[in-house]
Design a protein around this ligand. Sequence first.
Ligand code: GDP
Ligand code: IMO
Ligand code: MG
Length: 429
Amino acid sequence: MPALIVAGAQWGDEGKGKLVDYLAMQAHAVARYQGGHNAGHTVVINNEKFILHLIPSGILHEGKLCVIGNGVVIDPECLIEEMDALLNRGINIGENLLISENAHLIMPYHMALESASESRMGKKAIGTTGRGIGPAYMDKMARCGIRMSDILNAALFRERLRAALEKTNRLLDVLYGAPAFDLEEVFDKYTGFAERLKKHVGNAGFILNKALREGKNVLIEGAQGTLLDIDHGSYPYVTSSNASAGGACTGLGIGPTMIKGVMGVVKAYTTRVGGGPFPTELEDKQGEYLREKGGEYGATTGRPRRCGWLDIVALDHAVRVNGLSGFALTKLDILDGLDTIKVCTAYRLDGVVTREFPPDASTLERCEPVYEELKGWKESTSGVKKLGDLPANARKYIEWIEDRLGIGADMISTGQRRDELIVNKENFH
Ligand code: GDP
Ligand code: IMO
Ligand code: MG
């Protein structure tokens, strides 16, 4: 099987990092296609915890090609920090990192624009990670962005930066009364980054296509989740990229015929960070219990994650939008010990029951969850590696989800560590 996409099926933080780290063992390359260092992907190996933001979660395996695709927005300073942090922990990136020359860069003024705009919005703020992601994609789409290849050519970079600053400095001043950026200062800083990164920059699409044509396995790592997708999520409370599987082709420069499977990562309950509607949110003791037991604090910003029950309406939307071929259920162990587990099977919208995920936040805001109650289990599932070793009610919970979504649970994760995993179906065979 050439390319397998692993994408978040909820609002992010489903446990993509852990699964990508596991699946990477059977892959030639691991590639990120969208987002930036707003992502925080946790991998735990032998009680050692790594949080990856931009570098694909395959980097912890020796000799694995890790690709940052053209669809990703890169803050080069943060990328270098991440590389250095790995190096300090004995992970040698060597020749294994490949950055697309077409990837757009996050510039310091993107952060300034975002912070000014978020504070202006007050209660309606998106609650972004503050990484400059949205403004970087704005410039990309407005065709005035700066790409990785641009900073490798000093004359061209200076020209592009001059044009960008002419516009952005005015914008910062007129709209927000914020200070301007100095051309030479930004120029010097970014040419310094270019010096460090240039040996990793190349034609990522070409190299990935070559690997695929040779029949090598490519693992594609999504960031964020379907409900944060710019087109298919709870707009405008979303991120600024196509986090769902559709983004993988444009974000890497490979064709849809190369994709042989799409695995959705589904947390056994739901979490969300930042603003926006969340129908199954638990703003009570039960929500606090899930947050504390699940360690639900942002891997990037440390913010407490909002917690709630599993939402089948939203997941069914994710099955369709991504064309999921299967799913991986994570954090099953966090539900251990509950008497009952609630699951949302429909929404009540203005008095009418619907199973359709509404396309905008203002409608989703008005949706009330319709719940079914399933029996919980008292036994621990922590670290279980075989389906048959799970308590009967935990198996029933999984089967119930499979039945509702019409796809199988290819993997079930029962703990943070790489080996705390049940594998029902090997996706790379
Ligand atoms: P990602 O952004 O999708 O990669 O997910 P995060 O890393 O932001 O958040 C998932 C958190 O859950 C991390 O702390 C993981 O180590 C942890 N995790 C993943 N799978 C499991 C699991 O099955 N059980 C438990 N207890 N923790 C898990
Ligand atoms: P991973 O890959 C969870 C959320 C932010 C905010 C919205 C927009 O770890 O699953 P942005 O900074 O992207 O413009 O913020 O998206 N968000 C995430 N939530 N996991 C993530 O990534 C996220 N990346 C962004 O909290 O609500
Ligand atoms: Mg995360």
